[in-house]
Design a protein around this ligand. Structure first.
Ligand SMILES: C[S@@+](CC[C@H](N)C(=O)[O-])C[C@H]1O[C@@H](n2cnc3c(N)ncnc32)[C@H](O)[C@@H]1O
Length: 337
């Protein structure tokens, strides 16, 4: 019977598609080694866990002789979301100033042909979406170029550079891995005019506790009693370092979000303070660089998708952050602006 069915042309096409999908997922190999190993192992064991549970469920249903509809639905839902996770669209260079991608990370092949599904650390709070850095490197760098990240965090920039064959130079006050050198981004141990591209994703005021280091810029309140002056002055010094270390006629990008915080003791009615960090940093960046453009990057994070946060925003009449600014400038140290 299956043979007869496959003689029908439509069945042949469907059969080949099913086989190809099987081949694709069977050949999906996960990277072993380096920073990605833990995630790869986790992904694999989660998958095995799901498969294990799914087959146990099927066995149970067969044994009791009555399939549990709810059980089947759960298995199907889990399987669908697992496949959806695996089917991230391939990255293409975006043509407009509105950027959106359905995942924090992208799938890439490493030098040995293994599929790597994470850049940086997916559990690092405040990590940059790796595809944003991918977009920038595609547009503003070439193979072999030196790329600076003075606030490297979990090392997302380093991993994207490795993938695209750029040389990363990463600093952070609180290094998370060996390739990151410890330094204050306001005084980098990096020679003048030595990098081809500079990228930074700084703290946006005090919303994440990155480390206990008192020099952490994430301890400076952009809505403090000083009107945020300490925060903006610190960021100005970081921008100066990016400019100093950048070669002439090369590009720098700053990825940042505005911030909003409820005033202590106030409930509802918009009783909060808005920190226009994007506009403030743009103004400071313009003092140093020739500004090229501003991109709006749509934020996808778990917080935004949680109903209780959305409800609080509506009840309190404030907005959740829906986008980040990506501000791109060029160092032009000659008369040709
Ligand atoms: C938003 S996170 C960077 C995320 C990173 N791009 C990633 O994908 O993981 C900001 C980083 O700035 C670092 N930082 C804060 N103040 C700093 C300073 N003065 N010098 C260097 N790094 C600093 C923090 O330790 C934190 O890792």
């Amino acid at each position: 019977m299956p043979f007869l069915a496959l003689r029908h042309p439509v069945c042949v096409v469907v059969g080949v598609m099913v086989m190809m999908r099987g081949v694709r997922y069977n050949h999906e190999r996960l990277h072993v080694g380096g920073a990605f190993m833990q995630h790869a192992q986790r992904t694999r064991s989660e998958d095995q866990g799901h498969q294990g549970k799914a087959s146990k469920q099927r066995l149970h249903n067969r044994n009791v002789g009555r399939a549990s509809t709810a059980g089947k639905r759960n298995v199907r839902t889990r399987e669908r979301s697992r496949l959806a996770r695996m089917r991230r669209p391939p990255l293409k260079v975006f043509p407009s100033t509105l950027w959106e991608y359905p995942s924090q990370h992208y799938d890439m092949k490493d030098a040995d042909g293994f599929t790597v599904t994470v850049q940086g650390d997916k559990d690092y709070v405040g990590a940059t979406p790796s595809w944003v850095i991918w977009q920038l490197l595609q547009r503003y760098t070439r193979e072999g170029d030196v790329v600076l990240d003075p606030m490297c965090g979990s090392g997302t920039t380093i991993d994207v550079c490795t993938h695209l064959k750029r040389q990363a130079v990463g600093f952070d006050l609180s290094p998370t891995r060996d390739e990151i050198q410890q330094a204050d981004a306001r005084a980098l141990p990096q020679p003048d005019a030595s990098v081809d591209f500079a990228f930074v994703d700084p703290p946006y005021s005090t919303h994440v506790n990155y480390s206990s280091d008192p020099r952490c810029i994430g301890k400076l309140d952009a809505s403090g009693d000083d009107g945020g002056e300490a925060y903006y002055q610190a960021m100005e010094r970081v921008l100066h370092e990016m400019h100093r270390t950048l070669k002439n006629r090369r590009y720098a990008a700053v990825y940042v979000s505005d911030s909003w915080r409820k005033r202590k003791g106030e409930k509802g009615g918009g009783g909060g303070v808005f920190m226009p960090i994007g506009f403030e940093l743009f103004a400071r960046m313009r003092e140093l660089f020739t500004m090229i453009d501003v991109v709006c990057v749509v934020r996808h994070n778990a917080k935004l998708e949680r109903g209780d946060f959305a409800r609080a925003a509506l009840e309190g009449n404030f907005f959740m952050r829906g986008f980040n600014y990506l501000m791109i400038g060029k160092k032009v140290d000659d008369d040709r602006r």
